[in-house]
Design a protein around this ligand. Sequence first.
Ligand SMILES: *[C@@H]1O[C@H](CO)[C@@H](O)[C@H](O)[C@H]1NC(C)=O
Ligand SMILES: *[C@@H]1O[C@H](CO)[C@@H](O)[C@H](O)[C@H]1NC(C)=O
Ligand SMILES: *[C@@H]1O[C@H](CO)[C@@H](O)[C@H](O)[C@H]1NC(C)=O
Ligand SMILES: [Zn+2]
Length: 304
Amino acid sequence: MIWAAVFLVAASRVDADPYAWGDFFHSCHPLLEEHHSPIDLDVHMRRDSSLEALQLHGFDELQEGHWTLENDGHSVLLSLGSGMSVSGGGLPGLFHTLQLHFHWGSPSSNGSEHTLYSRRFPMEMHIVNMKSVHPNMSAALEDPTGLAVLGFFIDVVYADNVHFSHISQKLSSVAHKGQVTKIRPFPLMSLLPKHNLSQYYRYHGSLTTPPCSQSVVWTLYEVPVYISWTQLAQFTSQIFSTEEDAEQVTPLQNNYRHIHPTYSRVVSASRDAGLVSSGAAGRPVGLCHFICVVCLLRLLASVL
Ligand SMILES: *[C@@H]1O[C@H](CO)[C@@H](O)[C@H](O)[C@H]1NC(C)=O
Ligand SMILES: *[C@@H]1O[C@H](CO)[C@@H](O)[C@H](O)[C@H]1NC(C)=O
Ligand SMILES: *[C@@H]1O[C@H](CO)[C@@H](O)[C@H](O)[C@H]1NC(C)=O
Ligand SMILES: [Zn+2]
């Protein structure tokens, strides 16, 4: 995920390659047992039946004023005013909704940040929320649960998503880095899957862009948002990481960070989430694999 102001300070030094961020931001060079994002969501998830649907306050209302859509050179970001917040679903308190933005791949590759059973989706949308007790982002980034990010996988079908057009129709106005345009507010709920919002995964991790702070309570929804191939292509081939008058025009593509190990973290599945193989929940698979490899080696040794 991206937070604009932190990014602005750092932007000029941020290499396009996430593996190189650690050279400038030590906090982006994960040490053993650190809690970074994104991760692969897989069979190691544990059911937590206390995790019910989050409350999305103001998401189905028409917000006043206007929203702003911006190309910051790393993503397309929609600032959402101050009328919405999220709580419940195991979140520690109330979180004010700030902005949403997207991660994508290229015309020939998928670009979600998280993967689900190793599958990478075409895109991922992040709705960023800050804990209400914090006066500013720097304070929130010092808190291990200072931010709550709602992540939605975006998958592709033939039909246009008319609600998503509120954003995709405006993309041509922010094709180049630094461009900003106004968007008339629409009920944010219309962007989200109609049903299935009680089906999600939860873990503690980090920002996926510098400074990579380990301050995010992640909620990854199981059911994707669907857009059309045409709408996807507007991101993968018509957005640029360079300014309009740049000598060399560079498409903004593959703006996702690589997958990180979960280490000892618990990844929970909500009460209603479907994709958990119950037999595997909580099993120390790592140890099992290790033992199996030892067995195999012994077997080989005895054969040879
Ligand atoms: C990329 O996304 C498409 C469309 O959802 C999917 O069919 C394909 O399996 C994905 N590819 C990978 C490598 O995950
Ligand atoms: C952010 O809030 C903290 C805590 O109140 C305060 O100490 C700090 O000066 C604020 N930082 C900025 C940049 O406003
Ligand atoms: C979404 O929710 C509906 C109604 O609760 C359910 O029948 C359906 O299986 C869910 N879809 C997925 C993909 O889990
Ligand atoms: Zn993001």
